[in-house]
Each structure stands twice: as C-alpha cells, then as structure tokens.
Design a protein around this ligand. Structure first.
Ligand SMILES: [Zn+2]
Length: 214
C-alpha cells in the first residue's frame, strides 16, 4: 500500500495493527481483507474481524436517507400543542428560538449545534466523500473532510434532543393536548439512519477505493 504524498494525514497501513482473539486471547497481526471476507482465530475459530460487503454503497444509501429525514424533521412540526383553546405548533428551530428568547442563549446554541448544525454538516460531509467514490472519482480534500467527519461525530447528538422532547411530552400531557407531528417520527428515524450509516461505514474500504482509483 503506497502512502499519499498530497495528504499528510493519510493513515498508515492497517497491516501493522495487532488484534487479540476475544475468546482465547491469542494475538494476531492484522492483515487486509477483501470485501465480505472474515478473519477467524485458528485456535478456537472465533471471529476476529470482518470486511462488510459494499460498505461504500450501503453507507451512501443510508446517508441519502438521513438527508431526506433531516429535511422532513426540520420542515414539519415536531409537536402540536393545544392548551386552553390555544393551539401552537413547535419545530426543532422554533424550540431553539424559544430558548434564546427566554435568555437561555448558551443552551440555545448547544441545542442548535447538537441537533441541527452538526448532524447536517456530518451528513453533507459523508455525501461529499461517498458520492464521488461511488462514481470512481476522488473527492478534493478527501483526507481532510474524512477527518472532519470524525471530529463532528461527538457533536451530532440528535438523540439527546429527542429525549428532551419526549420528557416535555410526558410532563405536559396532563395539562395540554399534545399531538406528535411528522417531524417527531422523522427525527426518530433520522437517529436510526445516522447510527446505521456509522455502522456501515468502513474507513478501510474508503482508503482502499481511493488507492485503486488514482
Ligand atoms: Zn481464539
């Protein structure tokens, strides 16, 4: 495997990494696998590590689904409140505005970054890398963008926001009529889609595709 002279952050070959068998602790030097291959322990037969088949295409599909769900989650109302004859709709963005209006600007910023900005940037960055790779092209600043996705990862905490919404939902359900909106379901599905994208994504497959397409 050759290193890339244009990107100083290109990762070292994975062949140097050591891996221990989970069952019998026998130590192995990790060797590159082809797509769909599995490495097993020669002593006890336990699974050591695998290469999932079509990881780029599967993570690309899931990232596209996440983008659609993100749009739905932000366009449609999250909840419908009906309280003493007054009806009010709330969205993710109006929740942020409400926090800001009540002087909780620091919380407003955190909620905005964790539930809107970071997830959106992460989805777009993933598509920026995966879409050209799927068509056999090398995206510009590929290594940098890929590192960036890993930096964004801990900031995209959509599930925390959803938890807050559900807590409010339970607390207010006694005094007001609350109807869940399309965005709430989209938001829940978005969390699943983003987790599935992370699970399907294999950095090794991405670097390998880059090596063969240059
Ligand atoms: Zn073993």
């Amino acid at each position: 495997m050759m290193s890339d002279p244009h990107s100083p952050t290109f990762p070292p070959p994975v062949t140097d990494a050591l891996v221990a068998c989970h069952d019998c602790d026998l130590l192995y030097r990790k060797r590159p696998l082809r797509e769909g291959e599995k490495a097993r322990c020669v002593r006890c037969g336990a699974l050591l590590y695998t290469r999932k088949p079509n990881s780029i295409e599967r993570s690309l599909t899931l990232a596209l689904a996440a983008l659609i769900l993100f749009v739905l989650a932000n366009v449609y109302p999250l909840l419908d409140f009906q309280f003493q004859g007054r009806a009010q709709q709330s969205s993710v963005l109006s929740g942020v505005r409400e926090l800001y209006a009540q002087g909780m600007w620091a919380l407003a910023v955190v909620v905005f970054v964790a539930s809107i900005l970071a997830p959106l940037l992460k989805i777009l960055a993933l598509l920026y890398v995966l879409l050209p790779l799927h068509f056999g092209r090398r995206p510009w600043w590929m290594a940098q963008v890929f590192r960036w996705i890993e930096t964004l990862h801990p900031w995209a905490m959509t599930e925390v926001y959803l938890l807050g919404v559900l807590v409010a939902f339970v607390k207010l359900s006694d005094i007001a009529t609350i109807v869940p909106g399309v965005a709430l379901y989209s938001f829940a599905a978005l969390i699943v889609a983003m987790a599935a994208t992370d699970a399907a994504l294999e950095p090794e497959a991405i670097w390998e595709r880059l090596e063969t397409r240059r």
